[in-house]
Ligand binder design. Structure first.
Ligand code: HEM
Length: 412
């Protein structure tokens, strides 16, 4: 069965190559999306042509244009993430009704203004170094010694370490514990997979999600009571959040910041390899922030953002009715300007749409950038790399590599 599906996927991969006639980097990205989420891949491919906004049966309004997408994300008077089609709707069913109070509207605005400095560039960099280096530096040594390192696995372990740190989990130093933390977050995210047509969760999915959240946040009560004010949980306490709300935010961070960050890390390294631009980056290290930005733009780890129309509105000539769903295909919108290129200047139309926009703009953006940047720097320092194996993950919410073997050893 597994052989058959790998074989089918191989054939489809070849068709993608033939149809697309793209460069190797684009081909690998297309194959990854196809293998991880075939229906999503088809939606993105089919929606990349045509007007900026259109109505698709069963899905609702589909937007592929960065400017229209940002206009919707900035319009809190007509769009919400708490209604059908929005991620807040999913969370409210699992976490409780307080989500309606703090995930949108005035309660959310208040929380966001108090949480403004939770992650800044200045605080994220030392945090990433402290949390990543115990696992990253040994991997870099192995690369320097010419061994093969599975960068997809390493990214999962590093992000698992970050989550354990943020959630106050007191775990032994071995990688396996952090791999498991990542896996738990992944299982939780996977439960959202069936929500493309509706964000109303069946009772059995809610029942599966609750123990996973309880497991992930098991140390939050203790850490919430004692954690120093500069830690995430201590900060939530100082902001006046209740323990229940803090546990909810902790669970949200797990889902929002695990698979997204890990896939961006591994795929950006693959893009640097597949485009050959790792060499230019090694010669011109000042391009590192541009490489991070391009990696985020091209991979767009959250490839679509959902919203619900809360009040009738006309956008881009489309008359939307309250209760309808809107899908913002950020992957398509961000990739319109072209392929991965570390020399590409900042693109004003997309800005940083890979992190969303408006009042729900990613809270962990600075942390995610610091994570990708620190990993890229460490890999570049190890020497020119070659990808020796790669395998996409299947049936995951966020398209990603299951395995990405890299080495600095020359080909035999
Ligand atoms: C490359 C990595 C990441 C990407 C691409 C990403 C992307 C996004 C996007 C697109 C949104 C907006 C969702 C919406 O409007 O419905 C978002 C929100 C959010 N992200 Fe991230 N994210 C990343 C990493 C992280 C990390 C590392 C954290 C924290 C540890 C984080 C925490 C959050 C939170 C809490 C929100 C909700 C903000 C709100 O609703 O006010 N994210 N993220």
């Amino acid at each position: 069965m597994a052989d058959q599906s790998a074989h089918d996927s191989e054939i489809v991969g070849r068709v993608i190559d033939l149809l697309g006639r793209r460069d190797p980097a684009q081909r690998h990205e297309a194959r990854l999306l196809w293998a991880s989420r075939p229906a999503l891949y088809l939606l993105l491919r089919l929606s990349s042509r045509g007007g900026p906004i259109r109505r698709v049966p069963r899905l609702g309004w589909v937007v592929n244009d960065p400017v229209v997408a940002r206009r919707i994300l900035n319009d809190g008077a007509h769009f919400t993430l708490l209604g059908e089609g929005g991620v807040g709707h999913l969370w409210a069913q699992v976490l409780g009704d307080y989500v309606y109070r703090i995930f949108d509207g005035p309660g959310h605005a208040d929380l966001r203004s108090r949480a403004r400095d939770l992650f800044t560039d200045a605080t994220a960099r030392p945090l990433v170094r402290r949390v990543f280096d115990p696992a990253l530096q040994p991997a870099v040594e192995r690369l320097r010694a010419g061994e093969v390192v599975d960068l997809a696995d390493l990214s999962r372990v590093l992000v698992g370490r970050m989550m354990a740190d943020l959630l106050g989990l007191d775990l032994p130093p071995e990688d396996e514990h952090y791999r498991a933390v990542f896996g738990t977050g992944e299982r939780l995210a996977k439960l959202a997979l069936g929500s493309a047509a509706s964000t109303e969760l069946p009772p059995e999915v809610v029942a599966q999600a609750k123990p996973i959240i309880a497991d992930l946040t098991r140390n939050v009560p203790a850490a919430f009571a004692e954690a120093p004010a500069e830690t995430l949980l201590g900060r939530c306490r100082e902001l006046g959040l209740s323990l229940e709300e803090t546990s909810g935010i902790a669970a949200l961070l797990m889902v929002a910041g695990t698979e997204t960050a890990a896939t961006a890390m591994a795929r950006t390294v693959a893009l640097l390899h597949d485009t050959g631009q790792q060499h230019q980056l090694r010669e011109s290290p000042e391009l590192l922030p541009d490489a991070v930005r391009e990696g985020l733009r091209v991979t767009t780890p959250a490839p679509l953002i959902g919203r619900s129309v809360s009040n009738d509105v006309t956008v881009g000539g489309a008359s939307m009715r309250a209760g309808e769903r809107v899908m913002l295909l950020t992957y398509v919108a961000n990739n319109r300007v072209g392929r991965f290129d570390v020399n590409r200047p900042y693109v004003p139309e997309t800005r940083q749409l890979w992190f969303g926009a408006g009042r729900h703009l990613c809270l962990g953006a600075a942390l995610a950038r610091a994570e990708i940047s620190h990993l890229l720097q460490a890999i570049l320092d190890a020497g020119p790399i070659r990808v020796v194996s790669r395998r996409p993950a299947r049936g995951v919410l966020i398209p990603s590599y299951a395995e990405l073997g890299i080495t600095t050893a020359p080909p035999r």
